[in-house]
Design a protein around this ligand. Structure first.
Ligand SMILES: Cc1cc2nc3c(=O)[nH]c(=O)nc-3n(C[C@H](O)[C@H](O)[C@H](O)COP(=O)(O)OP(=O)(O)OC[C@H]3O[C@@H](n4cnc5c(N)ncnc54)[C@H](O)[C@@H]3O)c2cc1C
Length: 338
């Protein structure tokens, strides 16, 4: 059962893993394009901007929340898996508690003085805040590096190549080509992130996936102690045990431009310093951008093409691709087995 996965970000990598575990022979083609979303991502394992608690995003996020501890078991420090919790400072604490409960997570309400006592590195909030202690995170860049070795051990072949066409005979997939080179496959899974629509002409991906740029800034070697993820509106802070603290993220409609801007640096740095004035007083060391694959509001595109046999999609995970990846991979495998 020869399957070719186009794209080696978090979605392609976890899809390859799930397929290999079901006995599929898997090859991943990854073009290593600048601006890929996964290496730029914060790695928060909670759908922090989706407050509905229902629908496709929420159920995939719940799946991911449950799956990551096992995926990272024994390799926590290599993957940056940590359960620091999520402190929601930009929302009335009762509403945050309802949101947590819809996701099946516990929530504590902290008064400003209790918050100060627990997290002295943070500015004191003006009102009660909500802490979701079970929320975890990974470092997506380190996760994907570590996970590639696991894929090799599982027999997945990994090629650095940019797929240019899906090969078809009538309405049956035959494989993928990259320039003169061809890889025959009974199944092709398009998991090429924001670039998924490039193969659209062959695949007829509707609605098309489009890029949404996200920028972050980061500090290295910060003694952040037990700092949880801090969420205020559309801004957040994430500390890692390796000393990195990052502030994110913008959400911009600028096509495939994966450059960074002075305006984003200023805004994100200002946000970070408002919450950690002493810790983050120096200039950030890093600024980077990634192109999120945005589909439509109803959720990602996971499953079989309706006309072309052997063609599958796993794309359009927008702001939640890290937390949703294990569930999306599992769903994709189910449709391959039908
Ligand atoms: C700043 C930022 C912060 C984020 N924070 C979070 C978060 O905290 N939690 C969360 O859940 N999500 C977060 N996200 C969203 C998440 O990163 C994305 O949804 C997810 O990484 C998408 O993964 P992907 O594999 O689909 O795409 P990508 O990671 O972009 O991977 C696509 C891959 O396909 C390859 N490719 C493209 N075209 C071809 C081709 N023709 N042939 C071969 N290979 C090809 C590319 O080289 C790339 O490696 C964030 C995103 C950004 C930008």
């Amino acid at each position: 059962m020869n399957t070719c996965v186009v794209g080696g970000g978090i979605i392609g990598a976890l899809t390859a893993h799930a397929l290999a575990r079901k006995g599929f022979e898997v090859r991943v083609l990854d073009a290593e394009r600048p601006g890929a979303a996964t290496p730029a991502s914060a790695g928060i394992l909670f759908s922090i901007f989706d407050q509905t608690g229902e629908g496709a995003w929420a159920s995939l996020a719940r799946y991911g929340h449950a799956a990551y501890p096992e995926l990272c078991s024994g390799i926590e420090s290599e993957t940056g898996f940590e359960r620091r919790g999520l402190l929601i400072v930009g929302m009335e604490s009762g509403r945050a508690a309802e949101w947590a409960s819809a996701q099946g997570l516990g929530c504590e309400t902290l008064s400003p003085s209790e918050c100060r006592r627990r997290f002295p590195q943070l500015a004191v909030p003006e009102r009660d805040v909500a802490l979701l202690p079970e929320v975890a995170q990974i470092d997506p860049c380190r996760f994907i590096g570590t996970f590639r070795s696991r894929l090799r051990d599982e027999g997945v072949r990994w090629e650095v190549a940019q797929a240019s066409r899906v090969l078809q005979d009538g309405n049956q997939v035959q494989g993928v080509s990259s320039g003169d080179q061809e890889w025959q496959a009974e199944r092709v899974v398009i998991a090429a992130g924001a670039w998924s629509a490039e193969l659209q002409e062959d695949a007829g991906l509707e609605p098309p996936v489009r890029p949404r740029r996200g920028q972050i800034v980061a500090w290295r070697s910060v003694e952040a102690g037990n700092l949880p993820i801090v969420l205020e509106g559309h801004r957040y802070l994430v500390a890692r045990e390796n000393g990195e603290v990052l502030a994110g993220a913008t959400d911009e409609d600028v096509g495939f431009d994966a450059g960074v801007t002075g305006q984003a640096r200023e805004e994100l740095t200002g946000f970070a310093r408002r919450w950690c004035p002493d810790l983050l007083a120096v200039e950030p060391d890093v600024q980077r951008a990634g192109l999120r694959p945005a589909g439509d509001a109803s959720g990602p595109r996971i499953g079989a093409h309706d006309r072309i046999r052997g063609l599958f999609f796993n794309t359009g995970h927008y702001r939640y691709g890290i937390v949703c990846a294990p569930g999306a991979a599992s769903q994709l495998v189910q449709s391959c087995l039908l």
